[in-house]
Design a protein around this ligand. Structure first.
Ligand SMILES: Nc1ncnc2c1ncn2[C@@H]1O[C@H](COP(=O)(O)OP(=O)(O)OP(=O)(O)O)[C@@H](O)[C@H]1O
Ligand SMILES: [Mg+2]
Length: 322
C-alpha cells in the first residue's frame, strides 16, 4: 500500500459567482523513503494540491476524487480529524518559515509545546527531544538555538527550525512547498541536502513542491510535472531529466541554465505565459506555447498514457499513441 495515493483529484474554487476549476484529474502516489518532486510554473495548482492533502483548502472549495493516506480516505474528513492527522501523520513546511513560527515565543517553547500536545511528552522529555531535533536538522548550537526567538535566527536557520517542528511528531509524510524559494542560493543547497539526508535517516515520504527543476534534480526520486491544473508528465526523476517526453517539460528543462555542447552556458527562456485557471485552451492546454503542435492538439484533450514503462505523458505527439 502506498503511503499517499491521490486518484483523479479535482479542485474548484468559487470566483465571480461560479466555480472555477483549479486542478483537474490529478493522480499521484508516494511511498515511504521516497521523494516525489512536483514541478510546474506559477499558478499550475501545485500548492492547492498540497493543501488538499493537508485539509487546508478554503472552506468553499469543491473537491472530488480520492486522497488516501495509508489507505484511509482523507477527502470528506472533518476539521477535527484533519487536525489530528496534521502534525502527527502529515506535516508541512512552507516557503516562508516565519509563517509557521510564532514571533513572540522561543524556539524551545514552540518545539516543546508541540511535543507535549501531540506526543504527550513530559516537560523534560520534550526538552531533550527538542535538542535532539535541532541536532537532526544540523543546527550548530542546539542549546543556544532553543533559547532564541525566531527573529534572532537567519532565514536558513529558521527554515531548519520549521523542519524540526514538522518532524517533531515523527510524521510519515512531509510536504514541503517551495521550502527554499525565500532563501539565498547557498542556503538553499544546505536545506535541500538536509531534506535528502532526512529521508535516508528517518523513514518518511517527502513531497517537495517547487518550480525550480535544479532543486529537484538533486533530490527527487520521481517527478510529476504540473501544467494548467493537470499532471502532464510523471516518471522517475532521472528519466525525466535525461529524456523529457512532454514538450512542456522539455521547455522547462531548457530554461534551466546548462552547459551546451560547445561548453558554454546556455538557457532558452520559456516562451509565452501559462493560462490562468479556468481559461485553459481547448484540446491540449499547452498548445499555444508548444513547438511540436499538430492539428489534433487544438481539439482533442490528451490524457496521460505510458510512453515507456513507468513513464506517463499526456501528449498526442510525444505520447504512446504517436
Ligand atoms: N484562495 C483562492 N481562491 C481562488 N483562487 C485561488 C486561491 N488560491 C489560489 N487560487 C488560484 O488557484 C490556481 C492555482 O494556484 P496554486 O497556488 O496552487 O499555484 P502554484 O502552482 O502553487 O503556483 P506558485 O508556483 O506560484 O506557488 C491559481 O490560478 C490561483 O490564482
Ligand atoms: Mg505554490
Amino acid at each position: 500500500m502506498s503511503l499517499l495515493e491521490i486518484r483523479d483529484l479535482s479542485i474548484s474554487l468559487p470566483a465571480n459567482g461560479r466555480m472555477l476549476p483549479i486542478v483537474e484529474g490529478i493522480s499521484l502516489s508516494l511511498n515511504r523513503g521516497e521523494v516525489l518532486g512536483i514541478a510546474g510554473e506559477s499558478g499550475s495548482g501545485k500548492t492547492m494540491s498540497a493543501m488538499a492533502v493537508m485539509g487546508l483548502l478554503p472552506k468553499d472549495a469543491e473537491v472530488t476524487g480520492s486522497i488516501r493516506y495509508e489507505g484511509r480516505e482523507l477527502i470528506g474528513l472533518g476539521e477535527r480529524d484533519f487536525r489530528e492527522i496534521r502534525g502527527r501523520d502529515i506535516a508541512m513546511v512552507f516557503q516562508d518559515p516565519l509563517s509557521s513560527l510564532h514571533p513572540m515565543l522561543t524556539i524551545e517553547k514552540q518545539l516543546t509545546d508541540h511535543l507535549r500536545k501531540h506526543r504527550k511528552a513530559s516537560r523534560s522529555a520534550a526538552r531533550t527531544r527538542a535538542e535532539e531535533l535541532l541536532r537532526l536538522v544540523q543546527l550548530p548550537n542546539p542549546a543556544k538555538t532553543l533559547r532564541a526567538y525566531p527573529h534572532q535566527l537567519s532565514g536558513g536557520q529558521r527554515q531548519r527550525v520549521a523542519i524540526a517542528i514538522a518532524l517533531a511528531c515523527e510524521p510519515s509524510l512531509l510536504i514541503a512547498d517551495e521550502p527554499t524559494t525565500a532563501l539565498d542560493v547557498t542556503v538553499q543547497a544546505g536545506i535541500i541536502e538536509l531534506l535528502l539526508s532526512l529521508t535516508e535517516q528517518v523513514d518518511i515520504g517527502v513531497m517537495i513542491v517547487t518550480h525550480d527543476l535544479g532543486v529537484l534534480s538533486s533530490i527527487a526520486d520521481r517527478l510529476a510535472v504540473f501544467y494548467a491544473g493537470e499532471v502532464v508528465e510523471t516518471a522517475r526523476a532521472a528519466e525525466v531529466f535525461s529524456r523529457p517526453a512532454h514538450p512542456y517539460t522539455e521547455a522547462l528543462l531548457a530554461a534551466v541554465p546548462h552547459e551546451s555542447e560547445s561548453g558554454e552556458i546556455d538557457l532558452k527562456p520559456m516562451r509565452g505565459t501559462p493560462p490562468s485557471a479556468g481559461e485553459w485552451p481547448e484540446g491540449c492546454r499547452f498548445n499555444p506555447r508548444c513547438a511540436y503542435v499538430e492539428r489534433q492538439c487544438y481539439s482533442v484533450h490528451p490524457v496521460l498514457s505510458e510512453s515507456e514503462p513507468g513513464h506517463l505523458v499526456a501528449c498526442h505527439v510525444r505520447g504512446a499513441a504517436s
